[in-house]
Design a protein around this ligand. Structure first.
Ligand code: HSX
Length: 209
């Protein structure tokens, strides 16, 4: 399924700041880091937990361990996902991290070029989180997911983005039905250049200049 965080006022406020064309790159990067952290926190609510016993200085009591939090692989799609990853790592501090570069060519073909791929082995109890702020046509992520699937089959395959266009979501769901897509918001549409509307512009340019 697709999960959006439209019912979270704080996440929506950060998204609003990212959309604002007057937000400079310092604030834009900080906003992406925050979204990584808070959306990562929301993700933990969907993870398996284990009941454990804990000893306080006074007595024994029961506690929990978010088991899946320890088995996370984050795949960072250069370059806009770097700040998002930084935020995610604050929640998933044990994460192994894969880095891939993928850039989309111009309309109408939108061909994807991948020059750098470094992905750790994916184990059966891993949760793979592929981070890319913008899911427009979905071509980038489909290409990345094809690559990631060569490294092993995870327990869960999660895509974490900020904005997605409906077109991109349906293409990804068709190619990878097992993928769970988490985005701050699903936006209205794509324009003919493949930009999300209303969107926030080019996330890489806005974050890094
Ligand atoms: C932007 O374009 C994003 O960060 C993604 O990597 C990509 C999304 O476009 P698409 O492949 O979904 O159309 O640079």
């Amino acid at each position: 399924g697709v999960y959006s965080f439209e019912d979270s006022p704080f996440i929506m406020e950060i998204l609003t700041e990212l959309r604002d064309k007057n937000t400079d790159s310092i604030a834009f990067r900080k906003g992406l880091v925050k979204l990584g952290r808070y959306m990562g926190y929301e993700l933990t609510k969907t993870m398996d937990v284990e009941e454990i016993e804990v000893e306080t200085p006074l007595e024994k009591t029961r506690g929990i361990l978010v088991k899946d939090r320890r088995n996370v692989v984050i795949i960072t799609v250069l370059r806009a996902a770097i700040p998002l990853m930084e935020g995610l790592i604050k929640v998933f501090e044990h994460a192994r991290v894969g880095i891939v570069s993928a850039s989309r060519g111009k309309a109408p073909k939108f061909e994807i070029e991948m020059n750098y791929i470094k992905i750790p082995t994916v184990k059966p109890d891993d949760t793979v989180i592929v981070a890319d702020p913008m899911i427009a046509t979905g071509s980038t992520l489909i290409r990345v997911l094809k690559e990631v699937s060569k490294y092993g089959r995870p327990k869960r395959l999660i895509i974490l983005g900020v904005l997605a266009a409906p077109e991109g979501i349906s293409r990804i769901k068709e190619a990878f039905p097992e993928a769970e897509i988490f985005v701050a918001k699903v936006d209205r549409e794509l324009n003919e250049k493949g930009y999300i509307l209303p969107g926030l512009g080019d996330a890489g340019d806005r974050a890094f200049g």
